[in-house]
Design a protein around this ligand. Structure first.
Ligand SMILES: Cc1ncc(COP(=O)(O)O)c(C=O)c1O
Length: 920
């Protein structure tokens, strides 16, 4: 088969995969079976043609991609192929089986199967020697070497690097050699095991091989004509391209010219530059050292060490080192269940090698610094009470009484409470509604700009402090973070941004997600603002828009003034939600140009105000380890998370029985067309390249690892489906539902078997529905059809934020053209502490009052679950639309609505008192 048609073969086989590594493993195991059948047929003298064709087809699938992995390596692959061509089917089958098993079990990582690969190629001088010197469990990684070299040179380099191995090395690695820029980019994308790259002088631009098979997985195009640049510039360009895909990779350059000159001109992306003639020992040690830096977990290690020291405790915490348990007669089962180690690690000490979270100077500070490096922030702080606390800390650190804050009304409750504590004047932003699914989307940039322009007209921009948005939302809507910040900074150059990334810590480790995270966008924006070229672009642009009206500005893509804009970005992440950490482990990432001068002190105060003086060490140690894992295998794990999500989607949508009752909602369902200029309705399903295109251009993107399944046709509402059908009957746990949908998420812990189990459960539920329907009486059928109709017809429209009552609006201007809508949430909240100022009204009484033209003002948050966002906040006025919406809900759990009494609202006297306070 020629190369071009081999590319076609792979392309066809690949449809349905989003992860080339998975495809490769699956193809090897299919080849194992096919080779076994071929060998058996040959041994029994049966016809071989179909078996030979099948094996040939599978080899053709693997052949364009095998070169990007170290095991079994291109030479072993070619040698295996020769066994097949020579008709030595039994040996071929055995060789394929050992490779396939080593790949499936990952056992090649512990060294032993390398002798197999060596035996296949016959390339290692002492097969087995490697196995003997390689203790199992030594972490393994691969190093990409970029140089156009001959097979003999490649072999020599491999041997030379292997020769430096020592039994007490902490890690072990193998090399993958590629000859070109394009091949290097593809390898970085698809080989998760790569942790370091050595770029040498001689590499070509184009691969020279057929790349069509992998084109959908990696955009390997190199910038312009690379050969016009010097070797060092080429290395620099390649380094940048690789860091763009995987910022965690350790980059090394090997050059033959004056090191000092190169060192002076090469960017900080390179960890080190070596002279080729100096041999490879330095390189070998640096490779190991680079991994060691990411591998260290300073706080975890300190705690481990401390836990094994005998100590006498004359202090608090009787449980420390398990002391109050081991001698107990009644709670010994605690140790049986948890094991002793966790109690050995319980201590209240902040010295003896440990550290204080409130004033870290030792291993906790180091652990936070490493996290900052991994997550691309300037400072990172650990929080042991979840993002609920992290949000309050950031809010209190930056917002003072009377500051104006813009916030998504559907934000997590911690923002509401944080703003209330800070005494902020709040402007709520409305997300676009998805009435069909009783869900909200995200806040359109246009409405954020409209609020900023209104505040500018009112002369209040100086009081505007912060914009808080949730990215991504619970349902998976992802903002174009950099664009939002750019356009807002064009209107308010020192605006602070808080991105609530409670659900988005993993996003840093996927090249398509990363540009839409707060920290990456902050770095990228600062880079642009500092670029001298940008200054010129801005000058020309500002000339162009001079004199534009507010209406025109709303329609224009705004860019900030580089002389005035400050990049001030905070992101809060529930590490425990999407990466590895014990529950409540969160991080606050800071990228604020003004942090040192303006915030550090108040941040410290706010941190002290909300942080326990007895923080949980196990949570802190797990944050440290979660960071280590993300830095070393986040890329691999997030790709798997996405892959499994796509498999779940495919399984639901392609299953004839499931299709009758459920459907996965697509990007096109959840993000209206006007926010998707790319016009791509199902970005990832139509190829990674399409996902990249959509994520580059669209105002909102949908996180593919969140799968909202529409279940209206089952006649079962989301909450019942979750509690009764998934949890009680099958032990499947999910969190979010709406009236007619349930949300499933894959995460870095999701396995292929758990996806298969979920599909099995969904099929079982669908089968039961089929059976129940077949046995229904006429009356039951009518009731079922009614339930389906109710769930599939639109509910009452989701209500927008109505308005704060005038009594809670500090802006008392009578000119509606300049009056802005901010509300004093603290006053609205605390006034309700006086029972004499509140009363309860049942929903029908509220309706009567509204219809009679009276205002009714909520004294509390009113939050139905699901969907779980407040429909009313303290100080907000009821509207008929809000009542209609509440009437249409089937949920029994509504916080702020008492079944026996109704809604808690302010009496007129309260509003008079509030109005006097506001006027005063
Ligand atoms: C958007 C958002 N922010 C913050 C939080 C609070 O996070 P944590 O559970 O870590 O306190 C949540 C919790 O669900 C959330 O959904």
């Amino acid at each position: 088969m020629n190369a071009a048609s081999a590319g076609g073969t792979v392309r066809n086989a690949l449809s349905g995969y989003n992860n080339l590594s998975q495809y490769r493993k699956d193809t090897w195991s299919t080849l194992e079976e096919a080779a076994e059948r071929l060998a058996a047929a040959a041994a029994a003298d049966r016809p071989l043609d179909t078996h030979v064709d099948r094996v040939q087809d599978l080899i053709d699938r693997l052949s364009p991609i095998e070169r990007y992995w170290a095991f079994p390596g291109p030479q072993a692959f070619q040698a295996g192929r020769r066994l097949f061509t020579a008709g030595k089917y039994t040996r071929f089958s055995r060789a394929v089986a050992s490779v396939s098993r080593a790949l499936a079990s990952d056992s090649f990582r512990n060294g032993i199967p390398w002798s197999v690969a060596a035996a296949i190629t016959d390339q290692l001088d002492h097969p087995g020697a490697l196995a003997a010197t390689t203790p199992a469990q030594r972490p393994y990684f691969e190093v990409l070497v970029v140089e156009d070299m001959s097979e003999a040179q490649e072999r020599a380099l491999r041997q030379e690097l292997r020769a430096w191995r020592r039994p007490d090395d902490e890690f072990i690695y193998e090399i993958v050699v590629v000859p070109s820029f394009e091949d290097a980019v593809i390898a970085a994308r698809i080989n998760f095991g790569l942790q370091a790259v050595v770029i040498k002088r001689r590499f070509t631009q184009h691969s020279g091989r057929d790349m069509s098979a992998v084109a959908d997985f990696a955009d390997a195009r190199s910038p312009g004509d690379l050969m016009e640049h010097s070797a060092e510039d080429r290395a620099e360009l390649l380094g940048r391209a690789l860091i763009g895909i995987r910022p965690e990779l350790d980059l090394y350059m090997m050059t033959e010219i004056t090191l000092e000159d190169v060192a002076a001109s090469v960017s900080h992306h390179f960890r080190r530059i070596f002279h080729s003639r100096e041999g490879t020992l330095e390189l070998h040690l640096s490779l190991l050292g680079g991994i060691q830096e990411r591998y260290q977990a300073p706080f975890f290690n300190a705690l481990q060490k401390y836990s094994h020291r005998p100590t006498g405790v004359f202090h608090a915490l009787p449980i420390s080192q398990g002391k109050s348990i081991v001698n107990s007669h009644w709670i010994k089962d605690m140790i049986d269940f948890y094991g002793l180690e966790i109690f050995l690690a319980e201590t209240s000490a902040t010295c003896g090698g440990l550290d204080s979270l409130l004033e870290p100077t030792g291993p906790l500070r180091d652990a936070q610094d490493l996290a900052a490096r991994t997550f691309g922030s300037r400072q990172t702080y650990f929080a042991t009470n979840g993002t609920s606390t992290a949000n309050k800390i950031v809010c209190q650190a930056l917002v003072g009484p009377g500051d104006i804050v813009l916030v998504d009304r559907n934000c997590h409750q911690s923002h509401h409470y944080g703003l209330m504590l800070s005494g902020a004047h709040v402007i709520y932003l409305d997300a676009y509604p998805l009435n069909e699914y009783s869900m909200y989307g995200a806040v359109p940039l246009r409405s954020i700009k409209a609020q900023l322009l209104a505040l500018r007209r009112a002369g209040k921009l100086d009081r505007v402090k912060m914009l808080m948005l949730t990215n991504c939302t619970f349902d998976g809507m992802v903002y174009d973070v950099e664009r939002v910040m750019q356009e807002c900074l064009a209107l308010k150059p020192d605006l602070v941004f808080l991105w609530d990334e409670a659900w988005f810590a993993f996003a840093r480790f996927h090249p398509v997600y990363r540009p839409r995270t707060g920290m990456h966008s902050a770095g990228s924006l600062l880079g642009k603002l500092r670029d001298p070229q940008y200054k010129k672009v801005y000058q020309a642009w500002s000339e162009q828009i001079r004199g534009a009206t507010d209406e025109q500005l709303l329609e224009t893509r705004l860019i900030p003034d580089p002389a005035r804009a400050r990049v001030r970005v905070y992101a809060t992440q529930s590490t425990h939600k999407t990466l590895t950490s014990l529950r409540q482990g969160s991080m606050i990432h800071v990228f604020d140009q003004d942090f040192g001068q303006k915030v550090e002190e108040t941040f410290h105060e706010a941190y002290m105000a909300h942080t326990s003086t007895s923080p949980n060490y196990q949570i802190l140690a797990s944050l440290d380890l979660g960071r280590r894992q993300a830095a070393l295998e986040g890329f691999e794990l997030v790709q798997k998370q996405v892959e499994y999500a796509m498999r779940l989607r495919d399984a639901v949508d392609n299953h004839p029985l499931l299709r009758r009752y459920m459907r996965c909602l697509t990007t096109a369902d959840l993000i209206p067309e006007q926010f998707r200029p790319s016009g791509i309705g199902q970005p990832l399903r139509s190829g990674l390249k399409n996902m990249q295109a959509a994520w580059r251009t669209d105002e909102f993107a949908l996180d593919p690892s969140r799968i909202t399944i529409y279940i209206g046709a089952t006649g079962i509402d989301g909450d019942t489906f979750k509690r009764v059908h998934l949890m009680d009957r099958h032990g499947v746990q999910i969190n979010k539902t709406s009236r007619n949908s349930v949300l499933f998420m894959t995460n870095i812990g999701t396995t292929r078997s758990s996806v298969a189990y979920l599909i099995e459960v969904l099929v079982k539920i669908a089968r039961e529905l089929d059976e129940t329907q077949a046995d229904m009486s006429l009356a039951e059928r009518a009731a079922h059809e009614h339930a389906v109709r109710r769930l599939t017809s639109p509910s009452a429209p989701l209500p927008d934020f109505s308005a704060f009552h005038d009594a809670f609006r500090p802006d008392t201007s009578t000119d509606p053209a300049v009056r802005t809508p901010e509300g004093d949430v603290r006053r609205a909240f605390f006034l309700s502490y006086d029972d004499a100022l509140c009363e309860y009204l049942r929903p029908e009484q509220v309706r009567e009052k509204l219809e009679a033209g009276h205002d009714v003002v909520s004294a509390t948050f009113v939050t139905p679950y699901p969907p779980g966002f407040p429909v009313l906040v303290p100080g907000q006025m009821f509207s008929l639309r809000i009542l209609d919406y509440m009437d249409s809900l089937d949920t029994s759990e509504v916080h702020g609505l008492r079944a026996d009494r109704g809604y808690r609202v302010y009496i007129d006297k309260a509003l008079e008192i509030a109005a006097e306070g506001t006027a005063g």
